[in-house]
Design a protein around this ligand. Sequence first.
Ligand code: NAP
Length: 306
Amino acid sequence: MKALVTTALDPLTLELRSVPDPRPRPDEVLVEVHAAALNRADLLLAVRRPTGSQLGLDVVGTVLRPAADGSGPPAGARVAGLAANDAWAELAAVRSDRLAVIPDGVTDTDAVTLPVAGLTSLYALQRAGWLLGKRVLVTGASGGVGRIAVQLALAAGAEVTAWVSSPARGAGLAEFGAQVATGYGTPPDGPFDVLVDSTGGEVFSTGYTLLRRGGVATVFGNTVRAELRLPADWGHARPGVRIEYLFLLDEVHHRDVPTDLALLLDLAAAGRITAEPGLLTPWTDPQRAVEALHSREVNGRIVLSI
Ligand SMILES: NC(=O)c1ccc[n+]([C@@H]2O[C@H](COP(=O)([O-])OP(=O)(O)OC[C@H]3O[C@@H](n4cnc5c(N)ncnc54)[C@H](OP(=O)(O)O)[C@@H]3O)[C@@H](O)[C@H]2O)c1
């Protein structure tokens, strides 16, 4: 089969090559891949792994061969899920407990925006507890995860402020029902009950100071890759504030991913969340996708059609 792999030239310069077909374990289904998505984690892995490595977490396709142990979806089912860093390929062996069947009305390219972004958002928001009527501040709200987190918090009854760098990066968020705070030099109007942060650096530090007594900061990213700093009065000025860290690839070991992913796909099918890609590009042009991610020109997920 063909797969996108990292090259010696530069790990972020990907190449379509012939590689051996995957050999599913008894608890894995063989998926014919229709779409995959680009996550920042893919690019971090690209530079850490040896030349010739496959990549890709978000996967959508059709089950060619169900799991030999009888678990998971049947042959022919259209599924979305979490692959083991090998989704950018014609075929992928995916654990049957990392997949859900895609309902009618949700396209492949919409569904593939949801596994990483939807599950990360869902679990981050669940860590914050009851959201009805709560004030939630989402940083990185223009990103693949942020746009879904904003919508899930709104669907749960929260009053949501989406914090973005510029008006262009905030496009579409007000239409979901969020208030949009623009510019990192201007803190949004607090206080907030919940901070959902994936940006890190000064954005995290400022967001933290906007939490009210007993608030929760749920952190799952550090996109700016800077030290996280807390103000000197971090504790006594805000008694009871909690900071939670969420790592999806650890979280999935003690979650019911098929049920949670089915919930997200059903919300998309019902029109309660919008999951369309920010950029859809053929996998034959992976550089376009990588450059778009780096240049911060895409609102939402970047999707590769296979
Ligand atoms: N812990 C986990 O399991 C987990 C799971 C998924 C994602 N993540 C992490 O969470 C973060 C968000 O993921 P994502 O998929 O939503 O990424 P994304 O689509 O690239 O979005 C990141 C957002 O961060 C904002 N940003 C602020 N400062 C930035 C900077 N210096 N460089 C680039 N972007 C900057 C950008 O919005 P503006 O342009 O408006 O500033 C951008 O929309 C990433 O760091 C990712 O690695 C972690």
